[in-house]
Ligand binder design. Structure first.
Ligand code: GLU
Length: 483
């Protein structure tokens, strides 16, 4: 078997979107599964679409995702350069070879001429495709015009009749009538190849065995196959991947505000959770296992288990994955990751982050939700007195006022403000008075946090707040309840 060589070939048009990340991931998994090579190639021949800095962003995203490539622009390899604009001179000789063999031809039509003919076709209700006008130019005449420096492009000469097709791992044999295909430009007037040409030449020269890319290229692949045949080359194995959808009708797209990989990381999604989740968008292990590390994905991945139907990106599901991943983190790592988010809400306060971390780890779904969840420690939020009403604890604002008055002296009497000391003092006083825990601790939690749901209960919150702030909040609550 030919060695497996796969490539991820992004165009530098901005941040890596999640569909792109998934393509990169599957391409990586395929190479690793077969102990092959994974190559990064930058496709920047459409210089108008290029966004400055985007190539660096691609390196960065690949690095962050842990998708290490064996060859690429920044690390080299035996098949470089790996940036298409640096391979500028590679393509023309192949195009000229195709011109010689009749599979391509120079075209001198100007933009104005093309516009006029397109317009005329549209008016007649016809779909425009290039009308092969320049195919019929005298060959010698055409050569002279090229040599004289006239502006021209080179177009693929698609046969007028017959069918063109190719085989895809997911979609099987795909075939289209040739008369529906346009004579695409292969080499542009600026001498650079189009994607349509460069992908074929580079995949061949880089000895790519498997081409994985989005289904948007499914309809062009027959044309690419004609080029392989014309050049006498064997085409690669094709795997076209269904699009990632936002919902049943809309594609996931940065343009509509859907997050990129970097956005998700910045929001506080864990890289491993995102990768795990993305892997399952269009692939399944064939059983109901859901959690995989990258290495486990390499083990489990099978291109034959890819799914043909569009995958829906469900943010809630990703959040659930993230929650599970965060729960499984070693505590020290959680604390390290959570600290900047604690700082965001609590910076400057003297709060036991370690204890707060213990209370928060099992409640953290995404890190960017952490500041709002802990902000009450810095500032008492506004709250409704109805929060004191709790059916099960049998509390009302009235019983709460009484309970807070009752427990205040106990709090005042605690010398060493440690969690166990607070716990023992409160429990001791409650038991001694023959009261129910909930009837005191619920009002105290509300008085200290203004929230019905908090990391930890009254004891933990009192500890985190410190004695002075605890008593201040109890006084404020009493004042409000008796007003
Ligand atoms: N440069 C193309 C893109 O970014 C890649 C297509 C391919 O992998 O062949 O969409």
């Amino acid at each position: 078997m030919q060695p497996v060589r796969t490539r991820f070939a992004p165009s530098p048009t901005g941040y890596l979107h999640l569909g792109g990340l998934r393509t990169a991931l599957y391409t990586y998994l395929l190479a690793r599964k077969y102990n092959g090579s994974f190559i990064l190639r930058i496709e920047d021949t459409d210089q108008e679409r290029e966004v400055p800095g985007a190539i660096d962003l691609i390196y960065q995203s690949m690095h962050l995702a842990g998708l290490t490539y064996d060859e690429g622009p920044d690390i080299g390899g035996n098949f470089g350069p790996y940036i298409q604009s640096q391979r500028k001179d590679t393509y023309l000789p192949y195009a000229l070879q195709l011109v010689e063999s009749g599979h391509a031809y120079p075209c001198f039509c100007t933009k104005e001429e093309l516009d006029a003919r397109r317009e005329a076709a549209t008016q007649k209700g016809e779909t425009w495709k290039y009308d092969k006008k320049c195919l019929h130019l005298d060959k010698e005449e055409a050569k002279k015009r090229m040599a004289a420096g006239e502006s021209y492009v080179i177009r693929q000469n698609i046969p007028a009749t017959g069918v063109a097709g190719f085989d895809d791992v997911l979609y099987g044999h795909v075939e289209v009538p040739c008369d529906t295909l346009d004579d695409n430009v292969l080499i542009k007037a600026d001498g650079l190849p189009t994607y349509n040409f460069a992908n074929v030449i580079d995949d061949h020269l880089m000895q790519i065995s498997h081409v994985t890319r989005g289904t948007e290229y499914l309809s062009s692949a027959p044309k690419y196959n004609l080029l392989y045949t014309a050049l006498g080359w064997t085409p690669p194995t094709y795997i076209h991947l269904p699009v990632v959808m936002k919902d049943a009708t809309r594609k996931l797209s940065k343009r509509y505000g859907d997050p990129s990989f970097e956005d998700l990381l910045a929001m506080g999604y864990l890289k491993d959770a995102v990768i795990n989740f993305i892997a399952l968008l269009g692939w399944s292990p064939g059983n109901d296992r859901e959690f995989f590390t990258l290495d486990e994905l390499v083990e489990a991945f099978d291109e034959n288990n890819l799914n043909k139907s569009p995958a829906i990106f469900n943010m809630d599901k990703l959040t659930w994955f993230n929650f599970e991943y965060i729960r499984q983190l070693p505590f020290e790592e959680y604390l390290k990751l959570a600290t900047p988010w604690f700082d965001k809400a609590l910076g400057g306060l003297n709060i036991d982050y370690r204890r707060l971390g213990e209370l928060m780890q099992g409640r953290t779904e995404v890190f960017n939700r952490v500041p709002d969840m802990v902000a009450f420690l810095k500032e008492m939020p506004e709250y409704d007195l109805e929060l004191y009403t709790h059916k099960k604890m049998k509390t009302t604002p009235e019983t709460s006022l009484e309970a807070l008055r009752f427990i205040k002296p106990t709090l005042e009497g605690i010398g060493d403000w440690q969690e166990t000391a607070i716990h023992d003092a409160l429990m001791g006083a409650i038991a001694e008075a023959g009261r129910k825990n909930g009837a005191v601790l619920w009002p105290l939690r509300i008085a200290l946090s203004g929230l019905a749901s908090t990391p930890g209960g009254a004891v933990e919150i009192a500890y985190l707040l410190g004695k002075e702030e605890t008593l201040k909040r109890v006084d404020a609550a009493i004042a409000r309840l008796q007003a």
